[in-house]
Write a protein that binds this ligand. Structure first.
Ligand SMILES: *[C@@H]1O[C@H](CO)[C@@H](O)[C@H](O)[C@H]1NC(C)=O
Ligand SMILES: *[C@@H]1O[C@H](CO)[C@@H](O)[C@H](O)[C@H]1NC(C)=O
Length: 421
């Protein structure tokens, strides 16, 4: 651990338990003369955080032979690309988009960075990189940190029995084979390092279906041995209409003074956005996703929608990820499905004109957690009775997609569940 980070933790976090965590040496010796007794901790199920879309740090190294604008750097050693809010404002955002966007190769059906751009996901296994998405610990980048602190208050120790599983959230499962291999290893290593105790996944948003894909790949024997449970927060189990909105007009990430139109260029280049499109298992073919004065785009006409917004690549990526969407077999581990509800959430797009390319539609709202539609959040209930593993759900009225990470009822629930052996 870097010294600077260590000091920052002491400055920021008030929990006394952190000071004895062993990762950073407490600079003062103990006053007590009694010999330290060996810790008699109950065997806690080690935790692995699996983040959602945008929930991992990304680093970049540049050696470009061109730059999209004269202000943009062509060469640079490794630096933080996500999340750094300073790079997201005009004009820097134009350089940023060129560094973070992906290009689709229709022959290999895979994506790659802009020429001269290398990316990597730092901090494998480390909870810090998903507790704070902004490595400078800017408040806006706080992610799993409150849940991390909750666990520490229960006797957990970061990097011993709290880990993070960051991944390249721009990609969908079809390009994340190495992540799944690494995750399996992390689970096994964590199990062994904790007296052969099965792990608990705490997952958020896209991290929930990502963990589902991982679990579907494992045998029942492996899961029974290594996985104690999954606690899913705001799981986007069946996608979201919000992804349709991103293709139509981009997303300003809600809280920041950012331009959706500029960010759209990058957002729609991510296969994960295609994977997050609404699932045909939960949206009927006749359901209308977008309306124009004389025409409707139903779920069955999604391909036409991509043609008409002039982004057929989006449809190709949809096809690449469809096998993951279509496989909705249960995770076969104890599942706690927690989500917010009762918040206005985009349900449909309404265009003023028939020609929709480049147009900004009006949003027709339905219900969900503000980001994910209710039926997708609730899709986990589909497995009740299908699986021999227990499934519990907790819906919290008025709690939004990020709010589940900082909600007292969620904390109480997690505490209670994690105290069970
Ligand atoms: C490991 O588990 C065994 C069996 O439950 C127990 O007897 C032992 O005390 C545990 N060791 C530690 C270090 O927790
Ligand atoms: C489009 O769908 C809406 C809602 O289902 C319906 O009211 C409308 O008549 C449809 N319009 C066309 C042109 O089919």
């Amino acid at each position: 651990m870097k010294l600077g980070h260590c000091a920052a933790l002491f400055g920021l976090l008030l929990f006394a338990t952190l000071f004895s965590a062993g990762n950073c040496l407490w600079p003062f010796s103990r006053k007590s003369n009694t010999p330290p007794t060996p810790p008699k901790e109950p065997q806690l199920s080690p935790v692995i955080f699996v983040p959602g879309d945008g929930g991992s740090q990304v680093e970049v190294r540049l050696s470009k032979s061109y730059s999209p604008y004269f202000i943009c750097e062509k060469t640079h050693d490794w630096y933080n690309l996500w999340l750094d809010l300073e790079q997201l404002v005009i004009p820097m955002v134009y350089c940023w988009v060129d560094n973070v966007k992906l290009y689709y190769d229709k022959a290999t059906r895979t994506t790659h960075n802009s020429p001269g751009v290398e990316t990597r996901i730092p901090g494998w296994g480390d909870p810090d990189v998903v507790e704070w998405i902004d490595p400078t610990l800017n408040k806006a980048g706080a992610y799993f940190k409150d849940i991390g602190n909750l666990l520490v208050n229960m006797g957990y120790v970061r990097r011993r029995n709290i880990h993070g599983a960051p991944y390249d959230f721009r990609r969908a499962p079809n390009e994340l084979q190495q992540f799944f291999i690494d995750l399996k290893q992390l689970v096994e290593d964590t199990y062994e390092a904790n007296n052969q105790t099965a792990v608990t996944f705490i997952t958020h948003s896209m991290g929930s279906p990502m963990t589902l894909v991982f679990l579907q790949q494992q045998t029942l024997e492996w899961k029974t041995r290594y996985v104690r449970r999954q606690i899913s927060l705001a799981g986007a189990w069946a996608g979201s209409i919000k992804a349709v909105k991103v293709y139509a007009m981009g997303d300003d990430l809600d809280s920041f003074a950012l331009s959706a139109k500029i960010l759209r260029d990058e957002q729609i280049s991510h296969p994960s956005t295609a994977w997050l499109l609404p699932s045909p298992l939960f949206w009927k073919p006749s359901e209308v996703l977008a309306m124009t004065p004389s025409k409707n785009y139903t779920m069955a006409q999604l391909e036409q929608f991509f043609t008409d917004i002039d982004y057929k690549t989006g449809w190709e990526m949809r096809k690449d990820t469809m096998r993951y969407t279509q496989n909705f077999s249960p995770p076969d581990v104890e599942l706690h499905c927690i989500y917010g509800d009762g918040i206005s959430t985009v349900e449909r797009l309404q265009y003023k004109k028939d020609n929709i390319a480049g147009e900004t539609p009006k949003l027709i709202m339905g219900v969900g957690d503000g980001t994910v539609n209710q039926r997708s959040l609730r899709a986990c209930q589909h497995w009740s009775g299908q699986s021999s593993s227990q499934i519990s759900t907790l819906a919290l009225q008025g709690v939004d997609h990020m709010g589940v990470l900082t909600n007292q009822d969620v904390y109480q629930y997690i505490r209670t569940v994690m105290q069970q052996p």
